[in-house]
Ligand binder design. Structure first.
Ligand code: PMP
Length: 410
């Protein structure tokens, strides 16, 4: 047991509820090589040629060292933002460099947006399950997160209408809808075209601002593009993007596309938080996008993940109990599994790690305690052989667990 925290009575209210997750401790163990980790969220950057990355980085320092080694402006380097408009164009979004703010990954964008918009007690509407990092960014500002269920076509508009009507009846006006419409983390599914329009009609009817978080849009297994919400309702939607899944999370380059009034506030918050984005990583990312065939790399990432996803799904079919519900991902890096009652994926995790396989239990992806029978599995990082082995170990464990639980009449 850890000793009592001598600072406990000094923390700000917003920090009182923060607890070190037990899961993080387990993950420290899960990084051991004998454990097949299906828990992480890393891309497989071995798709990239590291000599090329090294050349780009060396050239940046040699040729533009004077600016790369200095502070920059709070909005981000102009050349970087210019290249990011090319990334947006690939998603079907027309934007100007001046419409963007560069952030430390999409994660900081979520933090800055929450800091800008969320007072304690405000309501955020989000998919259930949703991105755990968004929940932790939001929770610092003490909102109430209300989830809307999803099915294989993404968030269910009728369920969203019910949630919004219920909140209205309570006299609550939600501050924002947070959504990941493409290859959602963790659910793996995408919002269909009809539903995009239905969701935005609801946002209109309830005067709801929308934060559209799109790290995985280009990792589409059929190489299709879906209509970004921001193109359908540019005044209502704030768009968050990142280079983490199409180049590298190590460069920590994300960005926000927002109306200019919001953009200006974000620049002020960014400067208050860390003065500016690293000029060094921006210069490397900018040169990478400008000089390398990055769309071919995205295609290579996507092909690799599609193969690994197929391996994972076919092994699950053999190894998991037939009652398990498994999402068929449209792209991205994750699938989502719901196991039969009375399984508790949180309680099962230490035993899974003993059996040398790791996943993320479902509960962390909800703000309301649901997700007990659910788990997220990652297919972007481990090799196909390791994925198959990991799923076999997990399937065996789940089978044993169900047998045991039933034997004890639970
Ligand atoms: N949003 C979603 C949905 C994510 O899955 C992630 C990363 N896993 C992020 C935002 C943040 O990523 P980054 O800060 O690396 O851009």
């Amino acid at each position: 047991m850890s000793p009592a925290d001598p600072y406990l009575h000094r923390y700000a209210t917003r920090a009182q509820g923060m607890t070190a997750s037990e899961i993080r401790a387990l993950f420290a163990v899960a990084s051991r090589p004998e454990i097949v980790s299906l828990a992480g969220g890393n891309p497989d950057v071995t798709v990239l040629d590291f000599d090329e990355v090294a050349d780009v980085a060396a050239r940046v320092i040699r040729e533009r060292g004077a600016s790369a080694l200095l502070y920059g402006g709070g909005q981000g380097l102009g050349e970087m933002r210019e290249q990011l408009t090319g990334v947006l164009a690939a998603e079907g979004i027309r934007a100007r460099a001046d419409d963007l703010v560069v952030t430390t990954g999409g994660q900081q964008a979520l933090d800055l947006l929450a800091r800008l918009f969320i007072d304690a007690g405000d309501v955020i509407v989000a998919e259930g399950p949703t991105y755990v990092g968004a929940l932790s960014a939001f929770s610092q500002y003490q909102p109430r997160v209300v989830h809307v269920p999803m099915d294989s076509d993404g968030v269910v508009p009728e369920a969203m209408a019910d949630v919004l009507d219920r909140l209205r009846a309570e006299g609550v006006k939600p501050k924002m809808l947070y959504t990941i419409p493409n290859h959602q983390n963790p659910a793996g599914v995408s919002l269909t075209e009809d539903r995009r329009r239905a969701v935005l009609a609801l946002a209109d009817a309830h005067d709801l601002m929308v934060v559209e978080d799109n790290p995985y849009g280009m990792l589409d297994f059929k190489h299709e593009t879906r209509t970004p919400l921001v193109t359908l309702a540019p005044e209502r939607v704030i768009y968050v993007g990142t280079l983490s899944k199409i180049f590298s999370p190590g460069v920590r380059t994300g960005f926000v596309l927002a109306p200019h009034a919001v953009r200006d506030k974000l620049v002020q918050l960014k400067e208050a938080s860390d003065l500016c984005q690293s000029n060094m990583t921006q210069a490397i990312a900018e040169a990478w996008l400008r000089t390398q065939p990055w769309r071919e790399h995205v295609r290579a990432f996507t092909e690799l993940y599609r193969e690994r996803c197929d391996e994972m799904l076919s092994e699950i079919e053999v190894a998991f109990p037939p009652e398990a519900h498994v999402a068929a991902p449209t792209g991205g890096m994750f699938t989502w599994v719901r196991l039969p009652e009375p399984i508790d994926t949180g309680a099962l995790l230490p035993r899974a790690i003993n059996a040398r396989v790791a996943y993320v239990p479902g509960r962390g992806f909800y703000a309301d305690g649901s997700g007990k029978q659910e788990m997220r599995l990652n297919f972007s990082y481990a090799s196909a052989d390791r994925i198959r082995e990991g799923i076999r170990r997990l399937g065996e464990l789940i089978g044993d667990e169900l047998e045991l639980l039933h034997a004890f009449g639970r």
